[in-house]
Design a protein around this ligand. Structure first.
Ligand code: ZN
Ligand code: ZN
Length: 371
């Protein structure tokens, strides 16, 4: 084992520095994770550009790795031993509250960085907090007793397992929150790795109709959406999406709307309200904006629409996502398009964000911290 751990540290907006940290002491109730793959998602794109803190942070919250060292208590308590390939949720739970007992770690106060400045979460907790290794863009990560782990199914590559976070969100938002099931008609807005994961989950659940929207920049991603089972794709730069949806559904509209856009402002909600069936229906929204001028509350009430907030994934959603990824029903190779070494983290994030200076055609990127 190396003496020092190399990490990519975000030190400011769109700024990365490579720093070394001492390998942490591993006591009886902790473990050390040798990172294999850190997935990069839209949240990384957003928080790399506009960090929520000025303190230095090792990003990387979708982490797959091998347990390099595990304390006796850790293995006894959690059932994970040295050599196991694991997925680590980014939530670090308290283990005592109502949410933790339900496996809804994302709602635990101990990991909520927004409301609790001491909250611990992989990819968000600053490096000034000992033992420093709280992110996946590093050779190793520290696992306290209250980290939340899953076994990666036998035979699954770390890169494939790296899709588990968007897929778990797919399960959580479309099935658990959205109630998508047999014969559902679904509108998925945004064909990034998140929208594509929702597509897979909705098809697997028996949805009768899946419509995916994107922009002209998303041409390749919309093709992949079709290959993964979307019944229709709409380029909103070229076509009027509402007209198309009405045409496709014979004027009836859809049952469920899933917002998987980033930085699209109020547009996805406004389209969703219009595209929804005459009465009932449910929207899962991102709610990225601080304010929503002219929010159509009257129309939402009259159409009897239920709104829910997209908010990560539960333990059960992760387990179901891993099972989905282990299945051969979908060609996930279409989604895991790119791999980057640690030194190219800046390029990797910009590429996932479809931004200036990034590579084209990237859907899901795996960051490999040892390359
Ligand atoms: Zn993410
Ligand atoms: Zn808790």
């Amino acid at each position: 084992m190396t003496q020092n751990v190399v990490a990519a540290v975000r030190t400011g907006p769109s700024k990365t520095e490579f720093q070394e940290f001492p390998t942490p002491e591993i006591g009886a109730d902790s473990a050390l994770l040798k990172m294999e793959v850190a997935g990069i998602c839209g949240t990384d794109v957003k928080f790399y550009k506009t960090p929520p803190t000025t303190r230095p942070v090792i990003m990387g919250h979708e982490n797959i790795g091998i347990i390099a060292k595990a304390g006796r208590e850790f293995t006894k308590r959690k059932g994970f031993k040295e050599g196991d390939l694991v997925f680590v949720e980014h939530y670090v739970m308290c283990g005592k509250c109502e949410w933790c007992h339900k496996g809804e770690y994302r709602l635990c106060e101990a990991t909520d960085w927004r409301s609790n400045p001491d909250g611990i979460r992989y990819g968000y907790t600053p490096t000034d907090r000992a033992p420093h290794l709280w992110g996946g863009f590093a050779q190793y990560a520290y696992l306290p007793w209250n980290s939340v782990l899953h076994h990666v199914p036998k035979g699954m590559s770390a890169e494939r397992a790296g899709l588990v976070t968007p897929m778990a969100n797919g399960v959580e938002w479309s099935l658990f929150d959205g109630g998508v099931g047999y014969q559902s008609r679904v509108l998925i807005q945004g064909p990034g790795q998140q929208g594509l994961s929702q597509t897979v989950v909705c098809k697997q659940a028996g949805a009768a109709l899946v419509i995916v929207t994107g922009t002209s920049k998303d041409a390749k991603r919309l093709e992949v959406a079709k290959a993964l089972g979307a019944d229709h794709v709409i380029d909103v730069d070229k076509e009027n999406p509402l007209e198309r949806i009405h045409q496709i559904t014979g004027g009836e509209g859809v049952d469920v709307v899933l917002d998987c856009t980033a930085g699209a402002g109020t547009t996805p909600v406004l389209l969703g309200v219009e595209a929804m069936k005459r009465k009932g229906g449910l929207m899962v929204v991102q709610g990225e904006m601080a304010e929503f001028p002219n929010y159509p509350i009257g129309k939402i009430a009259v159409k009897y629409i239920t709104m829910k907030s997209a908010r990560g994934h539960s333990y059960r959603a992760c387990e179901m996502a891993l099972q989905q990824l282990a299945s051969k029903n979908f060609d996930f190779g279409l989604v895991t398009t790119h791999k980057f070494g640690l030194k190219d983290v800046d390029l990797a994030i910009k590429s996932v964000g479809n931004q200036e200076g990034g590579l084209k055609g990237v859907i899901h990127a795996s960051l490999l911290p040892w390359e």
